[in-house]
Design a protein around this ligand. Structure first.
Ligand code: GDD
Ligand code: MN
Length: 409
């Protein structure tokens, strides 16, 4: 079978695979209302899978048995598979005729536990969204206790190994130390998030859609709960004990990268929670551009270095600063407006940014020359003054043109 492109997701290679749903694209925001249904479902449980074809049947059967009793006709189970080599998505799709409440999403070209869960929630129709692992290490039976807490009014119910009655079965001392160590690091970097629950590493919980709607999520790695607690405003959180079981089928996908992603995730959330307005972020990026600009102006034009002509040096230094600033503005300052990460879209944004900044560089260079040659100002002070003047120009134009807010359709 030839290489599959992303669009193939919609046309499974095998016979009709009804129950397949299309993976959402673009940003990771959750809609305020359940899409495609005037009468929303009560709960949607997402099961992220990667190489779980042996066990996916059992988790679906056990979830369906529990939910069919508790919420007949008002639930759905969404398996989100990342195009597993063992074709978990096909194994799950073959179950749809037996379990009508089962939906299967096959992602091609996008991978990761957290992003899989959020794509599942984006396609979900429930008022309450949930996640559970496919490998039965999260006992499905605990779902009833989680649902009970949501019925009591909780905005989030977390299955926790670290509350009275919870625990892990036969974990090696090393894994316990690593897991607890990760938690301590989380408490040091992000105490106001990681400290909210006893088991912030849990990948088994329910959360109200209303808590997530309108929140820009930026999933990274494994820790979906930390992403939700770090970005959404969750007031009432309930923790329900459970015992994390030994995996019987398949193997854990946790690699060293998961731990690096976890650290990167903590630092990203920490940075994101610093109350910086967009203009402050833009100005900070501009400051980094000043460092790039000044450094290369010195290296290229200073008599003690290459001693090139001032204007030639300035133009090269400015262009390098523009590339630097575009990168940081695209991934940070205007990130919420840069959801389309495809290269051609980024190139389009860069072209607009470039034109606006080039006009800014011309203004900057003219100002620099006027201040340096006619007012005898020190070249570096003159450059700084010129940059400050141009920053306002650049911010406003880029906000309106390069990263224009999407018109509500
Ligand atoms: N779609 C998708 N994409 N699913 C994935 C991926 C991925 O890249 N990686 C893992 N999964 C699925 C697995 O198939 C399984 O269903 C679930 O995510 C958990 O993966 P494991 O590899 O079994 O993780 P773990 O058991 O070591 O840790 C789990 O439990 C901990 C305690 O709740 C994870 O959920 C951790 O996040 C959690 O802290
Ligand atoms: Mn597992």
């Amino acid at each position: 079978m030839g290489a599959r492109s992303a669009t193939d997701t919609l046309k499974p290679a095998d016979s009709d695979m009804s129950g397949m749903i299309e993976p959402p694209r673009g940003g990771y925001a959750i809609a305020a209302n359940s899409p495609g249904l005037d009468q929303p479902l009560a709960v949607s449980i997402v099961v992220p899978t990667y190489n779980e074809s042996k066990g996916v049947g059992e988790i679906v059967a056990r979830l369906a048995a529990i939910l069919e009793t508790e919420l007949p006709g008002r639930y759905e189970i969404i398996v989100v598979d990342d195009d597993s080599p063992d074709r978990t998505w096909a194994a799950a799709a073959a179950l749809v005729s037996t379990y009508p409440a089962l939906k299967v999403m096959r992602r091609v070209g996008e991978r990761g536990l957290s992003s899989a869960v959020i794509r599942g929630w984006q396609a979900a129709r429930g008022e309450v969204l949930g996640v559970i692992d496919a490998d039965l290490q999260h006992p499905p039976e605990a779902l009833l206790k989680l649902w009970g807490e949501m019925q009591r009014g909780a905005e989030m119910a977390v299955a926790s190994r670290h509350v009275e009655g919870g625990g892990v079965s036969e974990w090696s001392m090393l894994r316990r130390i690593v897991s607890r160590g990760a938690q301590v690091i989380g408490l040091l970097i992000l105490p106001d998030v990681v400290g909210r629950v006893a088991d912030p590493m849990s990948g088994y919980f329910l959360v109200r859609r209303s808590v997530l709607s309108g929140v820009q999520l930026h999933p990274m790695g494994y820790k979906i709960l930390i992403e939700v607690l770090g970005r959404a405003r969750v007031r009432w959180i309930s923790e329900v004990p459970y015992v994390f079981k030994e995996r019987e089928l398949g193997e854990s996908k946790v690699t060293r990268k998961v731990y690096f992603d976890y650290l990167r995730h903590l630092l990203t959330l920490r940075w994101a929670k610093i109350p910086l307005t967009r203009f402050m972020r833009f100005a900070l990026v501009g400051l980094s551009g000043v460092v790039v600009d000044m450094t290369f102006l010195f290296l290229l034009s200073d008599p003690s270095m290459l001693a090139w002509g001032l204007t030639r040096s300035k133009l090269i230094a400015a262009e390098l600063a523009i590339v630097n600033n575009f990168f940081w503005n695209d991934v940070w300052t205007f990130r919420d407006r840069a959801n389309d990460r495809r290269p051609q879209s980024r190139l389009r944004r860069f072209a607009k940014f470039q034109v606006i900044c080039l006009m800014g560089v011309i203004i900057n260079t003219v100002l620099l020359n006027v201040l340096f040659n006619f007012f005898g100002m020190n070249r570096y002070v003159a450059n700084a003054v010129a940059i400050a003047v141009v920053t306002g120009w650049n911010y406003w134009l880029n906000l309106k043109i390069s990263w224009r807010a999407k018109q509500p359709d």
